[in-house]
Write a protein that binds this ligand. Structure first.
Ligand code: C5P
Length: 403
């Protein structure tokens, strides 16, 4: 039995020439034991006949909100499915998905579906690289949708480049991997994970502080994925707008690096795993004023004396027991891997999650991230741009391999 056996899949086909591959794709899904219902946009029906797909899927194909005098219940369809796969996904359909437009049955089902959504773009290379398409891809990743990357090769236009819809076998692999992961979600049962997240605010006076743009989103995504795998979390969260509400995520809100250190030290002893995702201020004002600092008449300059903050990760690294795992984050602009490697041994990390500054949509405040994991001996594992929830899964997979 494979991980697609018994799974209910809605295949949404849109109007790209790659729609012809849908027949093979439906056959593969059925062969894998999945139940398939096909939705098509009107323009998709000009590329492949609904009758072909109805025959292969053994279900009627839905092409409109109303078929004759029968209404297609998009909410019911969305609830029925274990996964919605949009393949091929045209630039037009992706733009509608990103913008919440639902002027056809496929987009209506997409908006009301609660299941995971996979999208496999298929288009000409210039359409694929257009900034608006790329922005929409990032939005969709940010919503938690899963991208099955287009492949490179000869395109219907005769041009050669990236934009070809992934081969049906590759979409099947992406689906199987996803469901296999879901089946093993209790892999962190009995484990306690300490996560630091968000920025720190270092007070200058009662109204001003030194801080940074960290949102805490990566740490929150990690916490959610740990509990999804059956673990318990102590989340030490710096000032952040995020709300975290889960019985297995115990949140300690802190403001300064010193407060974060105290909370992290308190929970580290009980932790099997510690993930340092916080962006801690390296320095703090030596003396925070108790009253609001007023500018004096004629004053043109002001100096704030700073002192070094403790390194929370390194402090925990020194106390680390043999069976504890410590993971750090790094944001480097120069010689990223070499610098991350140095930090690895200095702070006692098992591996470092290297954030990219170069990729649009990665890092601070975004819902997506692109990371490289750096292990001992300069060994690296690179990942593509994906939602922070999916990045969290990659990080936890790497931790579980060490466990
Ligand atoms: O040295 P750098 O700030 O680049 O190191 C980043 C890693 O160290 C992150 O995992 C961060 O959470 C952690 N760190 C810390 N305490 C500090 C500075 C960084 O825990 N004072």
């Amino acid at each position: 039995m494979n991980s697609l056996t018994g799974k209910k899949i809605i295949l949404g086909i849109t109007g790209s020439i790659a729609a012809y591959k849908a027949a093979f794709f439906v056959r593969l899904l059925i062969k894998s034991g999945a139940e398939v219902k096909v939705l098509m946009t009107q323009s998709a029906t000009t590329f492949i006949a609904p009758l072909t797909l109805a025959t292969l899927s053994k279900n009627p194909v839905i092409t409109g909100i109303a078929d004759g005098d029968e209404w297609s219940n998009h909410v019911e369809l969305g609830l029925w499915a274990d996964a919605l796969v949009i393949a091929p996904a045209t630039a037009n359909t992706m733009a509608k998905m990103a913008g919440g437009i639902c002027d056809n049955i496929l987009n209506a089902v997409y908006l009301s579906a609660r299941c995971p959504v996979f999208f496999a773009p298929g288009m000409d290379l210039d359409m694929w690289v257009h900034p608006s398409t790329q922005e929409n891809v990032q939005k969709l990743l940010g919503y938690g949708n899963i991208l099955v990357e287009p492949e490179s090769g000869e395109l219907a236009s005769g041009l050669v480049g990236k934009g070809r819809m992934a081969e049906p076998e590759h979409i099947i692999t992406a689906l199987s991997d996803f469901f296999r992961k879901e089946e093993t979600t209790q892999s962190l049962a009995g484990k306690t994970v300490l996560i630091t997240a968000g920025p720190t605010y270092e007070p200058i006076d009662p109204v001003r502080f030194i801080g940074n743009h960290s949102s805490g989103k990566m740490g929150k995504a990690l916490a959610e994925k740990v509990v999804a795998r059956g673990g318990k979390v102590h989340l030490v969260l710096g000032p952040s707008k995020l709300t975290v509400d889960h019985p297995d995520i115990r949140v300690t809100k802190v403001s300064t690096a010193l407060e974060m250190l105290a909370a992290a030290e308190k929970y580290f002893a009980q932790a099997d795993i510690a993930i340092m995702a916080a962006a801690v201020a390296d320095f703090r004002p030596k003396n925070a004023a108790t009253e609001k600092i007023k500018k004096k008449a004629g004053q043109e300059e002001m100096t704030i004396e700073l002192v070094k903050n403790p390194d929370i990760a390194a402090t925990l690294g020194q106390k680390k027991r043999k069976n504890q795992i410590l993971v750090g984050f790094a944001l480097e602009t120069e010689n990223p891997v070499a610098n991350a490697s140095r930090k690895l041994s200095k702070k006692g990390f098992d591996f470092i999650v290297l954030n990219s500054l170069k990729d649009e949509g990665a890092g601070f405040n975004h819902d997506t991230n692109r990371v490289t994991l750096v292990f001992e001996g300069n060994k690296t594992k690179e990942f593509q741009l994906k939602s922070k929830l999916d990045v969290a899964d990659d990080i936890l997979d790497a931790i579980e391999q060490i466990l």
